[in-house]
Design a protein around this ligand. Structure first.
Ligand code: HEM
Length: 66
C-alpha cells in the first residue's frame, strides 16, 4: 500500500511513508511541510489540527523514537 497515493493520488512515488524507515529518510522535509510551511497534506485533503501538527513537530524534533 502506498499511503499518499491511497489518499487521493498526486504524491510522487518517492514520497512514501508506509514504513518507519521511509519516514526517517524524509523526516526533516515532513517537519518542514507539515509544521513549518503547513502546505502538506494538500489543501484538498483532510487537514490535521494545529495540535496534531505540533505533536508531529515535537516527535520529529525529539528524534522520532518509535
Ligand atoms: C501528512 C501527509 C503528508 C505529508 C507529511 C507530506 C509530505 C511531503 C514531502 C516530505 C514531500 C517531498 C517534497 C519535499 O521534500 O518537500 C511531499 C511532496 C509532495 N506531496 Fe505531500 N505530504 C502529505 C500529503 C500529501 C497528499 C495527501 C498529497 C496529494 C494527494 C500530497 C502531494 C504531494 C505532491 C504532489 C508532492 C510533490 C510536489 C511538492 O513537493 O510539492 N501530499 N509531501
Amino acid at each position: 500500500m502506498h499511503v499518499l497515493s491511497d489518499m487521493g493520488g498526486g504524491a510522487p512515488e518517492s514520497v512514501d511513508f508506509d514504513t518507519y524507515e521511509l519516514v526517517l529518510e524524509q523526516a526533516s522535509r515532513v517537519r518542514f511541510r507539515t509544521a513549518l510551511n503547513e502546505d502538506m497534506p494538500t489543501e484538498s485533503d483532510p487537514q490535521p489540527t494545529n495540535e496534531e501538527r505540533n505533536s508531529l513537530d515535537d516527535w520529529i524534533h525529539c528524534g522520532l523514537t518509535p
